[in-house]
Design a binder for this molecule. Structure first.
Ligand code: URA
Length: 191
């Protein structure tokens, strides 16, 4: 199993499928427990992630760590990935062609890890995952569906999709920390 994740890592490190390979410093493949029950899917690496090659290692990552800690989950218990593996210049929004080029890596990570719960963090990963799991008609603004549990049937198992606000929102609006904490409590019972 870990060998397969290693295959993905090698491919991502050498990937030139979209223009982001020209501006990235390091691709950010993802990290965590290969047998995680819970997988978080962010949008794309930011400045710090691009420098370090690790997901959520800047300000948003500190919020994510705090949220996990608040429900007694360690970072090493979960798997953390992103929809895009390379940083869009200036942290601009992901483009359609970039999502098409990069999302197969995420899909393969999901296939290998087989999480029971997938939490998209932010609207692009929410849209991608809800469309992938047949929830297109349930898509609403994240402000309306954050923390809701959507159960879907994957080929071999039931999966829960739980869209969450991106932790970065708490870095510019402190009140959002409480909203995020409340939503994270939904995960407590699935540990
Ligand atoms: N924001 C993301 O969406 N992903 C990261 O890895 C870091 C910040």
């Amino acid at each position: 199993m870990e060998e397969d994740l290693e295959d993905i890592r090698k491919e991502v490190l050498n990937c030139r499928k979209c223009g982001l390979c020209n501006t990235r410093t390091n691709p950010v493949v993802g990290e965590g427990n290969p047998k995680a029950k819970i997988m978080f899917v962010g949008e794309a690496p930011g400045f710090n992630e691009d420098r370090m090659g690790r997901p959520f290692c800047g300000a948003a990552g500190r919020v994510l760590d705090e949220l996990l800690e608040s429900i007694g989950i360690k970072r090493g218990d979960v798997y953390i990935s992103n929809l895009l593996k390379c940083r869009p210049p200036g942290n601009r929004d992901p483009q359609k062609e970039e999502i098409s080029a990069c999302s197969p890596f995420l899909e393969r990570q999901i296939e290998i890890i087989k999480p029971k719960i997938i939490c998209p963090l932010g609207r692009y990963s929410m849209r991608f995952l809800m469309e992938k799991y047949g929830l297109k008609d349930k898509i609403e603004p994240i402000s309306r569906i954050h923390g809701k549990v959507f159960e879907v049937n994957n080929l071999f198992q039931k999966i829960k999709i739980i869209p969450l606000y991106h932790p970065a929102v708490a870095t510019y609006n402190i009140n959002m920390k409480e909203v995020l904490k409340r939503d994270f409590r939904v995960l407590e019972k699935f540990r």
